[in-house]
Design a protein around this ligand. Sequence first.
Ligand code: AMP
Ligand code: SF4
Length: 475
Amino acid sequence: MCGVFGAYSNTDCVAEEVYLGLLALQHRGQESAGVAWIDAARRVNVEKGMGLVHEALDQKSLSRTKVTSAIGHVRYSTAGGSLLQNAQPICANYAQGPVAIAHNGNLTNLTELRSSLESRGAIFQSTSDTEAILHLVAHQPAKRPLDALLYALERARGAFSLVVLLEDGLVAARDPWGFRPLALGRRDDNYYISSESCAFSLIGATLVRDVEPGEVLLINENGLTSYRLGIEADRRWLCSFEFVYFARPDSVIEGRSVYRARQEMGRRLAREGSSEECSSGGDPDAADFVAYLPDSGTTAAIGYAEESGIPFEAAVVRNRYVGRTFIQPTQRVRELGVRVKLSPSQELFADSSAILVDDSLVRGTTAGLVVAMVRECRARELHLRISSPPVKYPCYYGIDTPSRGDLTAAGHSVAQIAASIGADSLRYLSKDGLIGAIGLPGDRLCTACFDGCYLDDPAEAVPSGCGVCSCGGVF
Ligand code: AMP
Ligand code: SF4
């Protein structure tokens, strides 16, 4: 998962604003960052580097870059290629002029696209699907760049929320299924495109609306022009995990506040007697307090505490100077990372009964270790609450989830997971609870990592269809 940001102005210099936008999107990717612009000589320029935005980019030099349009990207860490060559935006100066692309999402037909492009002589520098879009554009030299881009995007399947720089102007595009969010913001006559609306307030802009699924928006001196991709989706597939974990709580996606959705997930989790639940003893209703795993479980824990009437305590402290632990090469390093990052308060947990809330359980590393650490604090009872359904299936739309074998809920019952983690009880939010909390109709949301219903039939999906998707009629 990544973050993209674009800015267009008739008057102001915007490269530094793109830098600021990327800072606000830092939670969407910490591996690398980049900013691209087109200079007066019609050449595309890019500055990119590894690490966090402030490490990868030079704010001072961007503030001196006198351009009225620029795009930027923060890249999400993946298990494999943590390399500068994978950093974005990807840029080229082809027959029809300069082009720069920053992409959030994954194409599901990359293999087909790549082999068809390679059979026509394309030489790929990376394994990235963004490069495939660039090649598709370059293979249409007779078309003007915007038409070539529309042509390319109509051949792509899966998830793409893009910002693109062409000589024609700044372009924003979202796949017809609407997997990843993309928002349009405005300050006076300046327009901004961002993966999330949370980036707008930092630059004094306000959210205008979402870029619509299947919409391609051109922004230039003539204002805004909206085009439609010639592909009609049967239904929408907005990623429900954006509401669970990825998006910042102060973002609004399709009119829904991420904060309110998370809080409601916590409330429903407290109310629900879900089938995704087991208990080996104790009384969660009589718990002394509700604690969260910082920072991901915070908002749901607030909702849980409100609904249950059990007081809320910040009983697990996070070392904010330690980075991510989720995608580390080995389990040992991941475990060490969790221990360094999270620390339960001995004072609060000793001899108490506590509810512990986190947003998701993927491999089970974080919850397992925190429960063990809380046990070391001599807690009497520990009830683990997860504000999303069990993650049983990998994501093919831009999230680096482990393979099925590493997803703890794929091969284990709720009782087995509770036992292996060492919790007295474990409850997940149901899928209906999740959809209800988000507040959008279920057929507008992707829930594939929870239910295996994919847009396309990936290798690991259950064979034969239910008529709507590829879940095999199981769900
Ligand atoms: P795990 O420790 O493998 O069970 O992962 C669950 C923890 O990682 C939770 O605390 C989540 O907040 C966080 N998380 C879930 N999905 C992701 C993801 N795709 N990337 C990074 N962190 C994640
Ligand atoms: Fe989001 Fe899960 Fe769908 Fe991936 S599979 S797009 S993480 S809901």
